[in-house]
Write a protein that binds this ligand. Structure first.
Ligand code: NAD
Length: 730
């Protein structure tokens, strides 16, 4: 294998070039690490080599550790995985520490060879941890380059010395945003923060020149020098004490204690700061092992990275030729239509934005203008680029302008008749090969397709609000939808850089189907006299971004009423939600329509800020004297969602559990630490899940009955990823 190459120049500088074959971005593997180590040994042993420059043969330095390797680390770590993991991580530390000490005498700190990192572009994760172990970091003046340690975003933390080195280099307080939030910077900002040393036009040339002129003193890291003190103070320093107390509270406030990596990171920094550097690395390795042993980290990496990327790359795309969108029609320039037009124009697609009046169409385009202007104000966008994007949107009432559109997305009122009208008008103009999509959130696609002349080219493309922020797009296949339409929708989602899932047509599709029971369970508990504060906090303490009552306030009570009425009409006698409707309809009658009305389950101040739960709730639904345990409330809220996901899988609405997990986290924020509903059920195991269902069913009713699939899996000793990954591969 040749991930690295080694060349010694006539000037005595050895260049180690990282260039993983067949990949556009370097990622580190265990074999790559061994190769790097061998070249470092070679350079240190060769008397003719004066120093080393480590650089990349690609436009970027590196994207990080190969997450596929990390995901498998635990399984590959042998009979005693914790020991195997720890030893593997320590071996990595050994290599990086060898670079850092560079052959110097451990007592006098003299005689080492200078090793500099030259970063042509992006340097993330191990791609920054390796440079941090070098003696000086030079980065190209490339504003597009991203520099940072984003590990925390996928449920781990920088475990190859990045945590220990960065906190010692910058101080715990200054390092916090980079370690705890995974903040990325461009090279100039990274230099200003003290992460890298120099931003230059030609980093390799600058690194070479530095290597040739470096003195013994230049190679000694502050933490290896006598009298090192952590910037900002170590934990027992008065200022440091304040930092750590504050950070601990902040981390807990943000993570609610459910993300093991954030806690472990903080512990590694705190404990590491009390001991010498090499012991700190050992502590970092122990905490890293602890996080890797927690099933949450593997589940997060699998859903938030590996499977998300697989879906974005078209894991479930039918094999038909490229269907990239050239000209998009958007019907309805309201909240959703305006957002769809914006993301499409941003992606370089020409957009025709239609509404019933010119004023409404212009207002929809105005939404893009306002967002773009904000970017200009923040100096993130030039006036020219803004004009470019806006120039791609034609706001009109004239359907004739839709001529030549290869995709139309309809986002008019949620009304079958109105939707049928615009479908017919658009199809009269667009090419016969064009695909027509609806952004409906509640109406069955197969029913709406009846208004289409070409139902095989009719599909659901369901966006989430706000369109420019939400990463998920749910693509819904109607009964007659053909493969080309699915590919078209997937290619469009790829163009606008969002993550797709493809589901079959059924009431509320997938995301709304699961989130509605969550909201309803919360409301049901209010009716039972469960303290609303307990309901909301139970949700947050289990990692839901919003409690069910806050969520319904945000989406609005009248929308809830509308959905409840429509569902009841459709389901007739099978409709289960009398208790929920009583609360919901009463709230609507009271004019408490949610956040938009400044009055809902929460009270709001005149500026629209939440000011605690509304007191009127307790007057109507007095608190029961006996309150349920926190765990019981959490199980109700989680099982309301995950059982619906399992049923969606049983019924064939979902055809891929990866989509079920990724869609849940990106679509409605399902406890990301769990990796999604199926990943979570795998963590607790089917037998335990069935047992919890039985308890909940006995206490609260048949909605918690364990689905047959779950029972079968419990009986057979199966888990979802085992069963369904094997089925996919077969
Ligand atoms: P909206 O009321 O903000 O916008 C609808 C727009 O359609 C209005 O500007 C209206 O003037 C226009 N319109 C109505 N009839 C028209 C016609 N015959 N021809 C042209 N334009 C017409 O609604 P919205 O929130 O943007 O929702 C639009 C669609 O998206 C609905 O189907 C809704 O269910 C769905 N949706 C909404 C959300 C959400 O969070 N709001 C999320 C996903 C999907």
């Amino acid at each position: 294998m040749t991930d690295f190459t080694y060349v010694v120049g006539t000037d005595g500088v050895a260049t180690i070039t990282w260039d993983v074959p067949g990949k556009s971005m370097n990622v580190m593997s265990l074999a790559g690490f061994a190769e790097l180590s061998g070249f470092v040994d070679q350079a240190l042993a060769d008397a003719g080599v004066k120093g080393v420059v480590i650089t990349s043969g690609k436009k970027d330095f590196a994207g990080g550790m190969d997450l596929n390797v990390i995901a498998k680390m635990k399984d590959d770590a042998g009979a005693e995985p914790a020991r195997g993991l720890f030893e593997g991580v320590m071996a990595m530390h050994g290599i990086l520490r060898k670079i850092e000490r560079a052959g110097m005498d451990p007592k006098t700190l003299k005689g080492g060879k200078p090793i500099a990192a030259a970063l042509p572009g992006t340097a993330l994760g191990i791609g920054l941890e390796l440079p941090l172990a070098c003696h000086r970091i030079f980065a190209a003046d490339n504003p597009k380059a991203k520099i940072g340690l984003p590990e925390i975003m996928v449920g781990i933390f920088p475990g190859a010395g990045g945590t220990t080195r960065l906190s010692r280099k910058l101080g715990a307080m200054a390092a916090a945003p980079f370690l705890l939030e995974g903040k990325l910077s461009d090279p100039k900002a990274a230099k200003a923060a003290g992460i890298i040393d120099e931003v230059v036009a030609d980093p390799v040339a600058a690194a070479r020149a530095w290597v040739l002129s470096a003195t013994d003193a230049d190679l000694v890291k502050p933490w290896d020098a006598k009298g090192y003190k952590m910037p900002g103070g170590a934990p027992y320093h008065p200022a440091g004490f304040m930092t750590f107390v504050g950070a601990s509270a902040m981390v807990h406030g943000k993570t609610m204690g459910v993300y093991p990596a954030a806690k472990a990171l903080l512990a590694a920094v705190y404990e590491g700061a009390l001991v010498p550097f090499d012991t700190a690395l050992k502590i970092e390795a122990r905490w890293f092992t602890n996080v890797m042993m927690n099933p949450s980290s593997g589940a997060m990496i699998r859903s938030l990275f590996i499977n998300k990327e697989a879906l974005e790359k078209g894991a479930n795309r039918p094999r038909v030729p490229d269907q990239s969108v050239q000209k998009l029609g958007v019907l309805g320039a309201g909240m959703m239509g305006a957002g769809i037009a914006y993301v499409a124009a941003q992606a370089g697609i020409s957009v025709v934005l239609i509404d019933a009046s010119q004023e409404a169409a212009d207002k929809g385009k105005g939404y893009s203008e306002a967002l773009l202007e904000k970017s200009v104000q923040r100096r993130k966008l030039s006036e020219e680029k803004k004009a470019d994007v806006l120039g791609r949107i034609t706001a009109t009432t004239d359907y004739a302008v839709l001529e030549g559109c290869d995709l139309v997305v309809e986002a008019v009122f949620e009304d079958v008749g109105v939707k049928a009208g615009v479908t017919a008008k658009a199809e009269a103009v667009i090419p016969s090969s064009a695909v027509f999509a609806t952004n409906t959130s509640t109406l069955p696609i197969s029913h709406l397709a009846k208004a289409s002349m070409r139902p095989e080219q009719f599909i659901g493309i369901h966006f989430f609000s706000p369109v420019d922020k939400m990463a998920l797009v749910e693509i819904i296949r109607g009964k007659q939808t053909g493969d080309v339409a699915v590919a078209k929708a997937l290619d469009f989602v790829r163009q606008i850089r969002k993550t797709p899932i493809v589901v079959n047509d059924a009431r509320f599709f997938y995301a709304n189907r699961c989130i509605i029971p969550y909201i309803n369970e919360g409301i049901r508990m209010v009716a039972e006299g469960v303290n609303p504060v307990l309901i909301e906090n139970a949700a947050k303490l289990v990692g839901m971004p919003l409690g069910p009552l806050q969520l319904v306030d945000e989406t609005s009570i009248d929308l809830g009423v509308k959905i409840a009425k429509a569902t009841k009409a459709a389901m007739g006698a099978e409709y289960p939600d009398g208790a929920v409707d009583e609360v919901l309809f009463w709230m609507a009658d009271e004019g408490r329509l949610g956040k938009k009305a400044n009055a809902g389950f929460y009270a709001y101040d005149p500026a629209g800020k939440r000011a605690g739960l509304w007191e009127g709730l307790a007057a109507r639904y007095p608190e029961a004297t006996e309150q349920p345990a926190l765990g019981e409330v959490q199980h109700r809220l989680l099982f309301a969602q995950v059982l619906e996901a399992v049923r969606a899988l049983e019924e064939g609405v979902l055809t891929d559990i990866r989509e079920g997990d990724v869609g849940a986290i990106l679509g409605w924020g399902f406890a990301p630490w769990s990796g999604g509903p199926f990943a979570w059920l795998d963590i607790i195991g089917a037998p335990r899940a069935v047992e919890i269902c039985e308890g909940l069913e006995a206490a609260h009713g048949a909605r918690f009955a364990a689905p047959a699939l779950l029972r079968e899996m419990a009986a057979k000793g199966q888990n979802f990823y085992g069963r369904f990954t094997a089925a996919k591969a077969a």
